[in-house]
Write a protein that binds this ligand. Sequence first.
Ligand SMILES: [Zn+2]
Length: 387
Amino acid sequence: MIALTAARLFTPLERIEQPLLLLEEGVIREVSSHAGREIPKDCRVVDFRDGIIAPGLIDIHIHGAAGRDVMKGDSESLATIERFLAKHAVTSYLPTTITAPVDSTLAALESLANAIEAAAKRQEGGELRARPRGIHIEGPFLSHTRRGVHPTENLLPPTLKMFERFWEAARGHIRVMTIAPELPGAPEVIADAARRGVCVSLGHSDADLKAARAGIAAGARHATHTFNAMRPLRHRDPGILGAVLTDSNLSADIIADGLHVDPAIVQLFLQAKGQDRAVFITDSTAATGMPDGIYKIGTLEMEVKRGVCLARGTLAGSTLTLDQAIRNVMQFVRCGLEQTLRPATLNPARVAGLAGKGILEVGVEADLVVWSPEGEVRNTIIRGAGL
Ligand SMILES: [Zn+2]
């Protein structure tokens, strides 16, 4: 048994001062306060002093990192990405596909399904690696008008048949699907995916308010990188953003790098979605953690200058890490670490349907992060490894 002590712990639903966390075989056995509880005798004690213990971060939108792209899907690329993520406090993630020719997408889904199944069996040892927990499929069912950098020639109208092909290639590991609800056929595909337990997310969309609400009625319950690749909010034509920002049942995510949206928009977003429904993502690419240069996202080439990814003049994902997003939000809205944690832990776990993730409670795997009071990552612990 291992006993962890620190200054504070966020479950993140509760705040515990002078916490005592007991771990055994990578699983949390007890979460309590050190104040009224002796440390059991046979424990190895690790004291994090003024550190803050919180759940490992969960990123549901990752195209790549550390020079690698998830579309390649080979085990070496994923291992490189996963080691990088673990250094940035991420313990679970959803590798995210970008629109590509159908055969490339099917091949990527198959490789990612292999990686997810292998990771579930993996024992921690040596260098820590974040675990892929499912796939986010971003495209090809996106709007031509709001496609961002998704290649126009590979966009497709949604059909049940095509979704079925993706589902089979991914062997049921699709957890999130981004779709433009205004496309013909979208409501049927949204309903079918939702029935299979996929979190259907509205995005890359030029939907007006009515079409967005029809997508939600069909089963969509989330929105992808709010404000980016969406029809803009106008006071007489609120469009998809009118639905995303006002529907209290819908969760939504945002890229808090200070480039994709202004810090004031992050504040507006947090006020609209609240502590229960806001999610932070990175939309990170192969260029994340790398020097400026030329990188690929899917089949597309992009140029990175001063950390900004551009493909033919359009923003192509980010070089953001999720721990940096947390520090950004602390600065953007002048809040403490506590207020930034739910959107990066429990909320994304709920979006992706990851039971026992993003929360510190008895019986769950010990995926944790120790933070400094300023929001720097001191330790990442995955299934109890890393201590
Ligand atoms: Zn993306």
